[in-house]
Structure formats: C-alpha cells, structure tokens
Design a protein around this ligand. Structure first.
Ligand SMILES: *Cc1c(COP(=O)(O)O)cnc(C)c1O
Length: 473
C-alpha cells in the first residue's frame, strides 16, 4: 500500500493514471465488494488488477479511469467466484463424469453427512469407551453384500491397487496380462503403479489373447501376485481370450500366490436388470476365488470417492497393519457417505429410486422424451428466439465404466442464431448454476438422461435468459 501512496506524479511514469489502493478503498463500490467477498479476497483482487494494469501500462496502453479499474476488480472477483466448487447441471449424458465429480450422491448419504456438525463414534468402542475399530459398520456391510470375509476402505481405487501391491508384492513379482495394462483417466497407469509399489511386473500373453498356460509358465518362487484388471474403460474385440478368476485360482494348487482382481467399477448388482450388458460383479470375483478384489466407491456404487478392498480376512488384516494403510485411509465424511450409499444395496430392487446413478441408468427413453418436451414447451411459452429440437442420441456411463455400451437417450439440440455452438455452450456454463452440455458438430446437445430433479426449470430459465439477452445485440 505504501508503494502506491508513493507513486510519483511525473507524467513519464507508466503507472500514471492508476488510482492507489488507498483511493480505491474509499470508493463505495469497493466497500460493497469487500462486504460481499471479504477483505482478504477483495484486497488480493485489487492488487492483482493494479499489477495487471501496470504491466499493460508498461507496454504503452491507455491510462484508465478509476471507474474502469473498479469494474475490472469486480470482474476478477466474479470470475474467481465461478471457480468455487459448487453444484452444476450435468447435461452431458455421461452418468459418471470424472470432471463433474462422478456419482451424484444419494439423498440418504447427503442427509447422513448433515449430521457431521456433531462428533461421531468414528474410532471408539461405545461399550468400553476405549479405542475401537474404524467404522466397522461399513466393513460389515461390504462383507454382507459381497460375500467376502473382510473389507477395508481407502482413498480411491488407485490407492487400493497400489496398497495391495506394496503390501504383498514389493521386492517380488506381479504377473499381468498384456491385454489388461490399463490407463485410467487422470494418469493412473497400471505399469507405473506396479513399479512404484516396488514390485516387478511380469507381462504375459499378447494384447488380444492370454491363455492360462501363459500365467502358468510365468509362475516362479518369486511370484507374489497374479493381478487381473478389468478393462473397464476399453474393449478388445475380435479374436480375444482372457483367463477367468476361477481358472487363475486353480493355479494356486501349483504354487502359492495371491490372486488380485482390480474390478474398477465394482458392480454389486447385475446390470442386466437395467438393460445393460452383464458387468462382472464383486460377488462373482469373490466366489470365483479371487483373494482380494478392489473397486471404486464413486463408479457403479454411486457413492463418494473411495477405494474398497474386499477379500480374505488374513490378507485384509495384513493390509490394515501396513504403515501405508494409515496414509491412504478415509475420513468420517467418506465413511459416512459410503456406509449410507451401501445400505441402499441391501434393497437392490429400489436402487432406481434411491441411488441417482441407477436412476439415471434406469430411466426409460419415453420418460426422457417427456422431459425434453416439457423443456421445449417452457421455452416456446416464453416466446424467445431459440431453435430447440428433440433428437435420439446415445449416453455413456463414463468414469471408465461400460465403454462399449452406449445407452439410448433423448437430447435437446439447441441452436441460437446469435451464437456459435461453442459460444452457446460457454454461456450455458456461465449460468448460475452452470449447465454443462455437450457440443456435437454444429449443435449444442442437452442430454436428458443425466438431469436431476429441478434441472428442467434451471435449463428453461437459462435458455430464455441467453436468448433474450442476445436478441438485443
Ligand atoms: C477406475 C479404475 C481405477 C482407478 O480408480 P479410482 O477410484 O479412480 O482411483 C483403477 N482400476 C480400474 C480397473 C478402474 O476402472
């Protein structure tokens, strides 16, 4: 601030014309911004704005009026506000969109989270008053639902895979098929994960075909783990061959090793009930003899980000004792949200009502058409100049799940004469709350499948506002 007060008045000074911080602070508009955004955030914006103008001035731009400076400070505060984590309307049609936080949480989980303004019995034994287990209820649910002996929850599935390998395979060998060396969005690459864990990767088979004998021939006294990995975000089609958990488990008669199945999506129910192809379930893997199975909490469970490991009691106990387990454990928020999401799977027949991920998967196209029609009517009623048309299209599950399975959907294709599709999409994202559409060629598409309660009204209002404000230009 002192620096600004000391700004010399010579006309050659490139900062000439810029108001000082002190002068700005006297402006009623700045005082309002401070009241709205807090003093620290407003001060940061003032300084950053003045710095920006000084750099411009140094390159010879025009001097500015104090009003222009204030407007720029306001613009900066507003755009920073937009970066804040907050609800958006998912009109992408991607049900588990990693960029949109994957699963929308079930109301039951959200209600449970609201109780966290009080203390909880996270790790206390209510009987003895001493230290207890960390959320045994979630682990008990997981064993009930999957048929496994024991379970542990960690930060995410990448951490789960890494932890398993670090505990059991460091300094030893991990056998993996060349057809299952996955990369999951956001830079999770299985070969890197294996290397970081201290294990040595032994690749077997080919990209499209791996046989039981390939694994068999690679087994040595150094083998610690055979790792199966669900190709959850891609498919190898044509002449393919992979080896099942049951076949791999049969090799345990020859040599001891731990069979690990990284399922990724972690379906707990048969997705055929939702008109989708059968995705391997956690129960299948456990029953087929996988010693440890890991999966994400925010893919087909539809819960919070988490990594779940289920499997043999002795192995889970070893994992829990390892120092790394402490570093990737989850807090009470995740525990609470995951427990209440898992409870919904105890009555799987109501999942389409209770779990938004399943609601999105299950909604019939006819219902999606009705949604689109209602939105279209709402827009027509407002008499704005917008071109909206119902179209059939395909949604995706996303989050690296069911890659080859597009789901039929209904979209609203929106065109606004005044704007290019990219511009219109940007305006929708600039709405409050932001609406995230997808742009396909020269069209902006609003996919009805991923909409939640209340979204129809938000879309109608946003489109009406965009159309009427561009009608004037
Ligand atoms: C998604 C996925 C992962 C990574 O899980 P995150 O929960 O995103 O860390 C690992 N393996 C497979 C097979 C996956 O599908």
């Amino acid at each position: 601030m002192a620096e600004d007060l000391a700004t010399p008045p010579e006309s050659s000074d490139p900062r000439r014309g810029l108001p000082s911080v002190t002068v700005l602070l006297e402006s009623p508009r700045i005082q309002t911004l401070i009241a709205e955004y807090s003093r620290p955030l407003a001060m940061d914006a003032i300084r950053a704005t003045l710095d920006g103008f000084r750099r411009d001035a140094a390159t010879g731009s025009q001097p500015l009026s104090p009003d222009e400076v204030v407007r720029e400070i306001e613009r900066r505060l507003l755009s920073e506000e937009k970066e804040r984590l907050r609800p958006v309307v998912n009109a992408t049609g991607v049900i588990l969109h990693t960029g949109l936080g994957r699963a929308a949480l079930p109301q039951r989980a959200v209600d449970a989270l609201a109780s966290l303004n009080r203390c909880v019995n996270l790790e206390i034994d209510l009987g003895t008053g001493g230290r207890g287990k960390r959320n045994p209820a979630t682990e008990a649910l997981l064993t009930t639902l999957t048929g496994a002996e024991a379970a542990v929850v960690v930060a995410n599935n990448a951490a789960a895979t890494f932890l398993i390998l670090a505990v059991f395979a460091a300094g030893k060998e991990v056998i993996i098929s060349r057809g299952q060396m996955i990369e999951i969005g956001g830079s999770f690459r299985l070969p890197d994960c294996i290397q970081q864990s201290g294990a040595t990767m032994v690749e077997v088979g080919t990209t499209n075909k791996t046989h039981l004998c390939d694994y068999e021939n690679a087994l040595t006294e150094n083998t610690a783990v055979i790792l199966r990995c669900n190709p959850s975000n891609y498919r190898i089609v044509g002449f393919t061959q992979s080896v099942t958990n049951a076949e791999l488990a049969s090799l345990k008669k020859q040599r001891p090793f731990i069979l690990v199945d990284d399922l990724g999506c972690g379906a707990l129910v048969n997705l055929e009930a939702y008109g989708l192809p059968r995705e391997p379930t956690v129960q299948d893997s456990v029953a087929a003899g996988a010693d440890l199975v890991c999966f994400s909490g925010d893919k087909l469970i539809g819960g919070p980000q988490a990594g779940v490991i289920v499997g043999r009691m002795d192995l889970i106990a070893q994992i829990k004792k390892h120092p790394l387990a402490r570093m990737v454990r989850v807090g009470k928020l995740t525990n609470m949200a995951l427990e209440h999401t898992l409870r919904l799977f105890l009555t799987p027949e109501t999942l389409a009502e209770t779990n938004p991920t399943y609601r999105m998967l299950a909604t019939p196209v006819a219902e999606l058409r009705r949604r689109a029609t209602r939105i279209k009517k709402g827009i027509v009623k407002r008499g704005v100049a917008l071109n909206v048309a119902l179209e059939e299209a395909q949604s995706a599950t996303g989050g690296g799940t069911l890659p080859a399975t597009p789901i039929r959907t209904c979209v609203l294709a929106v065109a606004c004469g005044a704007h290019s599709p990219d511009r219109l999409a940007a305006l929708l994202r600039g709405n409050e709350p932001p609406i995230i559409p997808r742009v396909a060629g020269d069209k902006v598409l609003l996919d009805m499948r991923t909409l939640l309660k209340g979204d129809e009204k938000i879309i109608v209002e946003a489109l009406a506002r965009i159309a009427s404000s561009s009608a004037g230009v």
